[in-house]
Design a protein around this ligand. Structure first.
Ligand SMILES: C[S@@+](CC[C@H](N)C(=O)[O-])C[C@H]1O[C@@H](n2cnc3c(N)ncnc32)[C@H](O)[C@@H]1O
Length: 313
């Protein structure tokens, strides 16, 4: 008998090691599959504490390693394993699939357009697979080649990931607002791209950035400066440490002003976390709220110019 496939009427959510409790809370009702994988029936839920979401899962029953691999290859080229059991058998299946590149990436790096599927094994003869997933990265994972000399903080990696995921970054000469910029990791990334940066923080940035010809520093509370005082920007960035509703209120002012085109903001959690404000951010047309590999207890809101559709789909 050959392999059998069955469409699963629901979605698989791939959690984050340290925040699985957050995903469980977001899902409410779910079936735990193992590892950090959860299945919930019905349409996609607002679940942001995920590494990846498997949008079109199917269950495949197969008899041999070759047959399992062929079942995946017959669907599409690119597959990443997310195993929590049957590791050896899983690796033997993966070896029979086209290789995927999981090396550290330079920045900027343009993600290829091809789909990246995810698969796992429930037991020796049962596989779950989804050709379409929200993350473009294999297994939801990416890492960048680090620069340990120039950036004044490691926060730069978070911005690099957000921009690569957005498949878009500031071009030379574009104007960026960097709110909560000190010590300057994000501003450093932006100057490397040749963008002009208005950096706002109560504390000054690293000396090299304070003297950088592309950087204008404003010592101020970012939230009490009106958009009209700053003027039009191509990109609005915020990594300010604040309660999420404060950030949301400020972003509403910018949206209403029409003065910013693209937005990337960190939604920082305090204590137990805020499960409501990320939903409000995600409801802004053309937005996505994601947990980046380089995010800690925080989420990232991304909204790109001229994007009114859900960027995940
Ligand atoms: C996580 S750090 C930012 C790190 C920065 N993105 C980097 O790459 O180096 C948060 C910053 O937000 C600043 N901050 C907090 N409240 C602020 C406010 N209301 N306005 C401007 N900056 C603020 C803090 O001074 C702090 O420097």
């Amino acid at each position: 008998m050959s392999a059998q496939s069955e469409v699963m009427e629901g979605i698989i959510y791939q959690g984050i090691d340290e925040f699985q409790d957050h995903l469980q809370k977001e899902l409410g009702q779910y079936e735990y599959l193992g590892g950090k994988l959860y299945f919930a029936g019905g349409p996609r839920k607002d679940a942001f504490w995920t590494e990846n979401i498997w949008l079109t899962p199917i269950k495949i029953t197969f008899n041999s390693i070759s047959e399992g691999a062929k079942s995946l290859r017959d669907i599409q080229r690119n597959w990443a394993p997310v195993l929590f059991t049957q590791y050896r058998r899983g690796m033997l299946i993966q070896e029979k699939l086209p290789p995927i590149n999981q090396k550290e990436r330079p920045f900027p790096w343009l993600i290829p357009d091809s789909f990246m599927g995810s698969w796992t094994l429930l037991d020796a003869n049962t596989m779950l697979a989804s050709p379409f997933c929200t993350s473009p990265f294999p297994g939801g994972k990416i890492s960048f080649i680090e620069n340990k000399v120039d950036p004044p903080s490691r926060a730069y990696l978070k911005l690099q990931e957000a921009l690569v995921r957005a498949r878009k970054w500031p071009q030379a000469g574009e104007r960026c607002l960097d709110a909560g910029a000190c010590p300057g990791g994000w501003t450093w990334v932006l100057t490397q791209l040749g963008a002009r940066v208005t950096a706002i923080d109560r504390s000054p940035l690293d000396d090299r950035l304070m003297q950088h010809p592309l950087v204008t520093y404003i010592k101020h509370d970012a939230f009490t400066l009106k958009p009209e005082e700053i003027g039009p920007v191509d990109w609005l960035f915020s990594d300010v440490i604040c309660y999420p509703p404060r950030l949301y209120e400020w972003i509403q002012k910018w949206l209403a002003s029409g003065l910013a085109k693209n937005y990337i903001c960190t939604i920082k959690m305090q204590g137990e976390g805020d499960f409501e404000t990320p939903k409000a951010f995600a409801a802004i047309p053309g937005s996505q709220v994601v947990h980046l590999n380089y995010n800690k207890h925080e989420l990232t809101w991304i909204k790109l110019a001229d994007s009114t559709r859900d960027p995940d789909n």
